[in-house]
Design a protein around this ligand. Structure first.
Ligand code: CAA
Length: 257
């Protein structure tokens, strides 16, 4: 495993750290490739129930796609870079594990897009969010024009896109861009407490619940409900269903496989 991404195994899964602090964890192709590899490996490990993704250093989760690397790109190269970044970020929604973004500082451009691609976002009071691409003469290319409007609504996404301005963690919380805000020194602790809570539940059921929510958010209600019923039925083919229900009825803690 390369040094641009650090991975630490935990009892609930893995802590994954973007590790390019001198460039504020800017995302170039090497970082994306390593992140892609790490996510692929973690998805193959059944014991990884939660991934916490954060940035190294005090200042940034990730300050965006790498501007120096993008400067000389042709339109064709930019399209490839965008498609690859989007594919890596979209991989997160398809993972069995729940992925929590621990946003420890700047989450700008591609960094904001990466945080938005995670399942849950927890921000430190130091976090700053924005999609400042228009200040560079470009638009977001890692899903920012799509995921931001889905998370906070079209009107607010348009304002953030067109002004290129930053919002702080409290504003992000009010808009629904993040789930919780913590003091910087408590960020990982809060994320890990959530990770432990998630890991105590049925991993198989969570994976199906995640799939149902993501797929359903792209469907009309009736198709979404039919999709949910199919996945609900599938949980009854897994031993976790019997164990979870037996444990409730026997007034004991469930032990899931
Ligand atoms: N790409 C490449 N390098 C970056 C970077 C980025 N996105 N963001 C920061 N850096 C580098 C800086 O160039 C600087 O490097 P040097 O020390 O070698 O000069 C180092 O990180 C520290 O940055 P600053 O000195 O600028 O730190 P600061 O505290 O003064 O400012 C900041 C912090 C406000 C985050 C500022 O760095 C900044 O505005 N960064 C760019 C943010 C941005 O525009 N992101 C969008 C990128 S485009 C994109 O993401 C497209 C897409 O969707 C695919």
């Amino acid at each position: 495993m390369g040094s641009l991404i650090l991975t630490e195994q935990k009892e609930w899964g893995a802590l994954v750290t973007l590790n390019r602090p001198k460039a504020l964890n800017a995302l170039n192709t090497d970082v994306l490739r390593e992140l892609d590899d790490v996510l692929t490996q973690l998805n193959a490990q059944k014991e990884t129930q939660v991934v916490i993704l954060t940035g190294s250093g005090e200042k940034a989760f990730a300050a965006g796609a790498d501007i120096a690397a993008m400067r000389e790109m042709t339109p064709g190269e930019a399209r490839q870079f965008s498609a690859y970044g989007q594919a890596v970020m979209t991989r997160i929604a398809g993972m069995r594990a729940m992925v929590i973004a621990a946003v420890n500082g700047y989450a700008l451009g591609g960094g904001c897009e990466l945080a938005m691609a995670c399942d849950i976002r927890i921000a430190s009071t130091r976090a700053k969010f924005g999609i400042p691409e228009v200040t560079l003469g470009v638009i977001p290319g890692f899903g920012g024009t799509q995921r931001l409007s889905r998370l906070i609504g079209v009107g607010r996404a348009l304002e953030m896109m067109a002004t290129g301005g930053q919002i702080n963690a409290e504003e992000a919380l009010r808009m629904g861009l993040v789930n919780h805000v913590t003091e910087p020194e408590e960020l990982l602790e809060v994320c890990e407490a959530m990770a432990r809570k998630i890991a105590a539940n049925s991993a198989g059921a969570i994976a199906l619940g995640k799939q149902s929510i993501y797929a359903g958010s792209e469907m009309d209600l009736n198709r979404g409900l039919a999709h949910e019923a199919g996945l609900f039925a599938l949980t009854f083919a897994h031993p976790d269903q019997r164990e979870g229900m037996d444990a409730f009825l026997e007034k004991r803690k469930a032990v899931f496989k």
